[in-house]
Design a protein around this ligand. Structure first.
Ligand code: HEC
Ligand code: HEC
Length: 327
């Protein structure tokens, strides 16, 4: 991995660059100083099946780069022993602006987040102790940890911090929408109308520039009885939180299908049809959805045209996030 300059990580590559117009991040790497060597360790771990019990699943198996690290075409996640999960794999992007992770906000620290998939019996089914022991017996990791931390200690804190450097730098802020905001690109009439509709009907939850306000809402989806997923209530135990899910940021939405926590919609058009159909909303639907009303076919086209401007090719093809073993 070191011999190909295209894939080598430089000091410039690990500089935290906050895109124009973005707020200050929640997690700022102050206690986990970014270095090319620690990032490279995290990157190698992210794509390594060694993190799973039978060495069959990596983070990258579920989180695909070309889908902004969601899983294209899988409505529910596929884990170890061919087990199917109960939720759709979310995109990984702009994570350092989030104050909580998962569809229900059940994890509130980016460094601790990987504990969940590693130990989940239907994702990687492994223990942290076992992972550390496997890494200590692997010559490649002995070298990678030594390069990263300049001593021979291999422990879970370092493992988790390195993965946080890799996932935390997944920043998407280079879409046509961003260039338009900076006055460096123009929108077609349809895209411009779509933006206006978005701002009057969707912005209340999908707040620019991250396209989420990090809150938990019921966006009108009727619960799927086979999944028994109570969303935010699973974490808080509060009745009103039933069927509320964290508002997802919509960047790269073109690539992250299928949509919603259970992946029930294949197309953006299906999503827009859902919002345009108030008579089908769940009883607990957020009141602000009433503002949307019934959209005309033309308005739906325009909304979708706008959503497509959120695709960030520079992020999707960013060499820093490529699997170092597939060059
Ligand atoms: C079996 C598939 C699978 C594997 C393997 C997996 N994930 Fe995930 N990941 C998911 C699913 C599904 C969710 C949503 C879980 C939920 O809401 O309960 C998720 C959520 C996340 C989130 C939260 C994103 C957000 O915006 O809230 C992060 C970060 C993440 N995964 C990183 C990782 C890392 C790092 C690894 C490897 C250590 C990993 N994942 C392994 C399926 C997977
Ligand atoms: C009341 C808050 C709210 C409003 C208003 C709202 N949304 Fe959402 N949106 C959500 C929540 C919450 C989810 C995730 C729901 C789930 O998975 O159960 C979501 C999911 C989505 C998704 C799927 C994202 C993914 O990664 O799967 C898209 C696309 C979307 N909304 C677009 C829109 C558009 C377009 C509008 C305006 C017409 C809109 N939303 C209005 C709260 C809202």
């Amino acid at each position: 991995m070191d011999d190909n300059p295209y894939f080598r990580i430089s000091a410039e590559d690990v500089k935290l660059k906050v895109p124009a117009g973005f707020p200050r991040p929640v997690y700022n790497f102050k206690t986990n100083r970014l270095t090319p060597e620690i990032f490279t360790l995290g990157r190698t771990l992210f794509y390594d099946k060694i993190l799973s019990k039978d060495n069959s699943v990596s983070c990258g198996s579920c989180h695909q780069r070309i889908a902004a690290f969601a899983h294209i075409d899988h409505s529910l996640s596929h884990g170890i022993y061919a087990k199917i999960g109960t939720r759709n794999v979310p995109a990984l992007q702009n994570l350092i602006w989030k104050d909580a992770y998962m569809w229900d906000g059940g994890v509130n620290n980016i460094e601790l987040q990987p504990l969940s998939p590693i130990t989940n019996p239907i994702e990687m089914d492994e223990t942290l102790e076992n992972v550390i022991s496997k890494l200590k017996h692997d010559k490649k990791y002995v070298v990678l940890f030594q390069n990263a931390f300049h001593d021979t200690i291999i422990d879970s804190k370092r493992l988790l911090q390195s993965i946080a450097q890799f996932t935390g730098l997944m920043i998407s802020g280079g879409s046509r929408y961003d260039r338009f905001q900076e006055g460096k690109d123009t929108f077609s009439v349809a895209e411009m109308n779509g933006l206006k509709i978005f701002r009057s009907k969707c912005e209340n939850c999908h707040k620019e520039p991250l396209f989420t306000d990090n809150s938990y809402r019921n966006n009108g989806l009727k619960p799927d009885p086979s999944l028994k997923d109570e969303g935010r209530a699973k974490i808080t135990g509060i009745e009103e939180d039933k069927y509320r899910f964290q508002v997802p940021g919509l960047r790269n939405i073109e690539m992250t299908y299928p949509y919603m926590h259970d992946g029930r919609f294949q197309k953006l058009r299906d999503v827009v049809n859902h919002y345009s159909n108030p008579e089908n909303f769940d009883v607990g639907a957020d009141r602000s959805l009433q503002k949307i009303g019934t959209l005309t076919e033309r308005e739906k086209d325009e909304l979708v045209a706008f959503l497509l401007t959120l695709t960030d090719k520079a992020f999707l093809y960013d060499r820093r996030f490529a699997d170092p073993d597939f060059q």
